[in-house]
Design a protein around this ligand. Sequence first.
Ligand code: GDP
Length: 203
Amino acid sequence: MKIHSARFVMSNSSVEHCPNQPLPEYAFIGRSNVGKSSLINALTRHHSLAKTSSRPGKTQLINHFIINENWFLVDLPGYGYARVSKSTKKEFQSYIRAYFTKREQLFCAFVLIDSRHEPQPIDLEFMAWLASKEIAFYMVFTKADKLKKGAVQKKIDAYCKAMTDGAWEEHPPYFITSSSSGLGCEEILEEIDRLNEIYRAAH
Ligand code: GDP
C-alpha cells in the first residue's frame, strides 16, 4: 500500500467522542517505550506523526490518524508504565477497555512487543484479555535490528510457547519489525490493505 496522506485527526479519552466516520480502524498498543511511535512514523513515512519520546507513559490519550483518507490508525497509550499513579492506571484501563469493547469500527489490533525481552506477563495478560473479548490482533515484534536474526526468532518462539503452554490453541500471527531499517512495514501495510478490502466488502 502506498501512503498518500497521513493526518492527525483528534485525541480524546472517551470512545464516545472518537470520529464517527464508518472507516476501518486499526489500533496500535504496547508497553511504554516499546517503539510504538517510531513504528507509526515508519509505517506512515512521516517523521513526526506520532510523538516519539524518551519519557514513557506520556501520551495517555486515544489518538486518531486518518491514512489515505480511507482508514484510521489509532495510537493508544502505552501500558505497564510503573510511574503512573494507581488511580491513573485504573482510569486508563477503563477507557482503553471501553475503546476495545465498544468501538465498532475497530477491525483489528496490533500488539507491539519488544523483541529483546523474554515473555512479559503484562503482554500475555493483555493479549489473553483481547482474545477473551474476541478482538482480532497481530503481534508485532519491534526493534528487531537490535538483535541478530536467530536471537529475534528465539524470543518470538519463547512468546509463542508461553501462549500455547497457556490457554492458547495456537499463537496469533506476527510481524517482525524495525523502525530503523523499515523491516516489516510493507508487510503490515499490505495486511491492512487486505483487511480494508474485507471490511468494505462486509459494510
Ligand atoms: P513508544 O513509547 O512506544 O512510542 O516508543 P518510541 O517510539 O518513543 O521509542 C522508544 C525508544 O526506542 C526511542 O529511543 C526510539 O528511538 C527507540 N526505538 C524505537 N523503535 C526502534 C527500532 O526499531 N530500532 C531501534 N534500534 N530503536 C528503536
